[in-house]
Write a protein that binds this ligand. Structure first.
Ligand SMILES: [Zn+2]
Ligand SMILES: [Zn+2]
Length: 200
């Protein structure tokens, strides 16, 4: 059950042809200008081959694949064939959300409150070890906040860390937070990461 929910995204890898990676292996998520139906995102991810590559995902794949247990369900939608397991998982997710439990959340620093979020609001992730730096563009106030979370916090839908690290810095709403700049800033120790409660 746990493994089913720990969905992976499948991308092309120039060395291994195909790579399946969890959300926590994403390094950068960028919405491409132009395409709107569906919106398309460019994802830079840390591949199992040790390199980083770019891949493309639609808005639906990005936000719903982890809840459906697989990104393959969306190919099946195209051919009007939904897998039963995926349907059940999506139904389960819908009921959780209706009950007020969100698959992902983060702590918005400018607003000083937890906010529900989906992976398409993730902007930059730093990897390595037990802690993950996660820059989220808040769907409510449009400011970007950096949280320090566990990999499970992003990889396991409906699992949230009880406490998260919050980098106490207000990034400009339209700031282009490049991967290199973000990594340099987060690991420079220039920012203080205070702890906040995420659990209600
Ligand atoms: Zn690769
Ligand atoms: Zn906010």
């Amino acid at each position: 059950m746990y493994d089913v929910l720990r969905a992976r995204y499948t991308f092309a890898c120039p060395i291994r042809e195909q790579a399946s990676v969890p959300l926590s292996a994403f390094r950068e998520v960028q919405r491409l200008p132009g395409a709107a139906h569906p919106a398309v995102y460019r994802v830079r991810f840390a591949c199992v081959c040790g390199d980083e590559h770019d891949g493309l995902v639609t808005h639906e794949e990005l936000d719903w694949a982890p809840l459906a247990g697989s990104d393959a369900v969306f190919l099946n939608v195209m051919t009007a064939r939904l897998e039963e397991a995926a349907l059940e998982l999506l139904d389960l997710a819908a009921r959780e959300i209706q009950a007020g439990r969100w698959p992902w959340s983060f702590f918005c620093y400018p607003e000083e409150r937890p906010r529900p979020v989906t992976p398409s609001a993730f902007r930059v992730l730093t990897g390595g070890g037990d802690e993950l730096g996660l820059a989220v563009e808040c769907p409510a106030c449009a400011h970007t906040t950096v949280n320090v979370v566990s990999p499970d916090h992003v990889d396991v839908p409906f699992y949230n860390d009880r406490h998260v690290g919050v980098v106490e810095h207000i990034f400009a709403a339209d700031q282009d937070l490049s991967l290199a700049a973000f990594r340099a800033e987060l690991f420079s120790g220039a920012f203080d990461a205070g702890r906040r409660d995420l659990a209600a």
